[in-house]
Design a protein around this ligand. Structure first.
Ligand code: ADP
Ligand code: MG
Ligand code: MG
Ligand code: MG
Length: 624
């Protein structure tokens, strides 16, 4: 959730003046956390986070709009959650947008195999809790992007964008789309002010048979700034809200100790692009069909607070460094000793922070990771916390830096004065429409992590190859059309020299089908490896049956037998009688699509003996 929410937020000019102080105190806190790191033997615990959007239907006008009442709903839900009612199954958080909420299980799940089946029940209860508080024409939808976000009249109630003097200064999104919470308002304003100019996101348009060529996006009022910023054949967006307003699915896992956490972090880096492509669920932006399938790069560019100097567009005069990676980006370095030789990316870092961490006895690999995170300024600071004097028990200043570094993975240190250990958060996935699918993706990531630790598997390839994979993973139809660098000899010892060739040659191009399902003579496949792990474990019949349904979904999506959510959403739009094959998603198409998504998500839970995949088939989606 990031640092504490309540208090007085500061404007960017004040944050900038205090950034050095926050960094210095954050570093002291980090050094204390690392000194206390303990070599404890923490249990394997894990939990998911699902982000949802609230939608209101007008069945007469046949419109679906985003419902701006997350705050009221979250207050209501929080009054019911674990803190207020021990034993209640879920917890709720506000997110960036006034139509978003995030639900997590009240308590993390434990390491037993049977608990793998709890997550779907928990997700279903969360959905039920929200639905019970909404009106009949309203719903909660685990859809990654709202297809008509930023189109005229996309919200309920409607607001006019404050283009000239607002927080977003957007032509499309009103400031009311930011949840009323001071932290998020300050985040949006300070991010833009730090950058020094408006956000520019250009997403390639999907070229359908009636799409004009060239495609020139329509800009309200012939705005001059927009006319310069936008590109032909692209969808133009102009604020952070187009990224931070998208929903995702995350998994956090607790490791035995810091060493195991670093190992898991590195190994999961290879899975980030693969799971990104398999979870692809975000083909539509601002009422248009795009040529990308995932939200990742849109969030990344929409949250880019780097100045022109940091972006390399102007010589460095007032800024300290160029920063090639964005705040919202893939990871910048491997952290385990075995990963060091694969760190082939340029890694700017705060040299002072680096040296101080080395002085404090932190090893260079970990020191450079944190010194890289410390390149970023804090964006939100609460006035009441700046000088508050309780560093022994606090991680507030450290979290001001850490929580706004939005990477594909996050190494989460133990919070002071808790019995929580080192955790790794897996963050690249788009959210899926149904609880069954979300549970399947979460369980697959958790099981693979267990396998990696138990079998000591080694997936590492040079980090630059993972970045190439991340770029490919977001392309339209990536699961079927792209080839990804993956390691063949995953049983190799971490410090063994490569079997053939140099380190940079480790990793061959494979399809996602080969990576997930295996191919004789090439690679054994991640799903077969998980199955053999299950053979070695004591798993009751019911649990095994549920898990095999999850694995079947992953396996069939990888082979193309079942479409990804993005493919299915595209197929629905393309087959809709109202769609003119011009890349435009009309009110009517949007309405029917949201109705269909809602029906899928509300479908009766699957009993034993039924095939949960049936409902997810292409055919079922296209009938909406
Ligand atoms: P953030 O938004 O910072 O990632 P959240 O509180 O929203 O944090 O989500 C934390 C996730 O971590 C939840 O899924 C929760 O169940 C899980 N979790 C909480 N404690 C632990 C723990 N000790 N080990 C592993 N996972 C945990
Ligand atoms: Mg969260
Ligand atoms: Mg979240
Ligand atoms: Mg999270």
């Amino acid at each position: 959730m990031g640092p504490q929410l309540r208090g007085t937020t500061l404007r960017w000019s004040d944050v900038e003046a205090l950034a050095g102080l926050v960094r210095a105190r954050g570093l002291q806190q980090l050094v204390r956390i690392l000194a206390r790191r303990g070599h404890g033997d923490y249990p394997f615990l894990w939990g998911d986070e699902v982000e949802y959007m609230l939608v209101s239907f007008d069945h007469v006008a046949r419109r679906a709009r985003l419902l701006f009442n997350a705050e009221e709903l979250a207050n209501d839900l929080t009054a019911m959650d674990e803190e207020a009612n021990p034993g209640h199954p879920s917890r709720w958080h506000l997110e960036f947008s006034s139509y978003m909420v995030e639900g997590i299980p009240a308590q993390p799940y434990g390491g037993s195999m049977a608990e793998l089946t709890s997550v779907e029940t928990s997700m279903r209860l969360r959905r039920r809790d929200v639905l019970a508080r909404l009106h009949a024409n309203e719903t909660i939808c685990s859809l990654t992007t709202f297809p008509r976000l930023g189109c005229p009249g996309f919200s309920q109630p409607e607001f006019v964008p404050q283009h000239r003097d607002g927080i977003f200064t957007s032509l499309f999104l009103p400031d009311e789309a930011i949840v009323g919470h001071a932290r998020f308002t300050a985040l949006a304003r300070n991010l833009r002010e730090r950058r020094g100019e408006k956000i520019v996101v250009n997403v390639p348009i999907f070229r359908d048979r009636n799409t004009p060529s060239p495609f020139i996006d329509k800009i309200p009022d012939g705005d001059e700034e927009a006319a310069i910023a936008m590109k032909a054949d692209h969808i133009y967006m102009d604020t952070m809200g187009f990224g931070a307003g998208n929903c995702c699915l995350q998994v956090t896992m607790q490791a035995k100790n810091i060493e195991e956490a670093r190992h898991i972090y590195d190994q999961l880096a290879l899975l980030c692009p693969i799971m990104m492509a398999l979870s692809a669920a975000a083909p539509f932006y601002r009422g248009l069909v795009s040529d990308v399938d995932c939200r990742w790069s849109i969030n990344s560019v929409a949250c880019d607070d780097r100045t022109r100097q940091e972006r390399g567009l102007e010589p460095l005069t007032t800024c300290k460094w160029r920063i090639p990676k964005l705040r919202f980006d893939s990871i910048e370095s491997f952290l385990s000793p075995g990963g060091a030789k694969f760190n082939d990316l340029e890694l700017p870092k705060d040299e002072d922070v680096y040296l101080q961490l080395l002085d404090a006895g932190i090893d260079p690999l970990l020191a450079r990771h944190f010194a890289h995170l410390f390149l970023r300024d804090p964006l939100v600071i609460l006035w009441e916390k700046i000088y508050a004097d309780d560093d022994e028990n606090e991680d507030y200043h450290f979290e001001c830096i850490q929580a706004t570094n939005w990477k594909t993975l996050r190494l989460k240190p133990p919070p002071p004065n808790t019995n929580i250990g080192w955790r790794v958060e897996f963050r690249p996935m788009d959210v899926q429409l149904t609880d069954f699918e979300n549970a399947a993706y979460v369980v697959f990531v958790v099981l693979l992590t267990r396998v990696i630790v138990s079998y000591g598997l080694n997936f590492l390839v040079p980090l630059s190859k993972i970045d190439q994979n991340i770029r490919k993973a977001q392309k339209r139809n990536a699961v079927l059309d792209e080839m990804f660098y993956f390691r063949k000899d995953i049983q190799a010892e971490m410090d063994a020299p490569p079997a053939d060739g140099t380190e940079s040659e480790v990793g061959i191009l494979m399809s996602i089908d080969t990576i997930i399902n295996g191919k004789v003579g090439v690679f054994q496949g991640l799903v077969p490896i998980v199955y053999s792990f299950l053979e070695d474990m004591e798993v009751d019949v019911e649990t095994r049956c549920t898990i095999s349904h999850y694995l079947e979904l992953i396996s069939k999506r990888a082979s193309g037998e079942l479409g990804t959510t993005a493919q299915r959403l595209r197929a629905f739009v393309s087959g809709h009688p109202d769609y003119a094959h011009d890349s435009v998603i009309s009110e009517r198409v949007n309405y029917d699509l949201l109705l269909r998504c809602d029906a899928l998500a509300r479908a009766r839970p699957h009993g034993h003996g039924t095939d949960p995949l049936h409902e997810l088939s292409h055919g079922a989606c296209q009938t909406g």
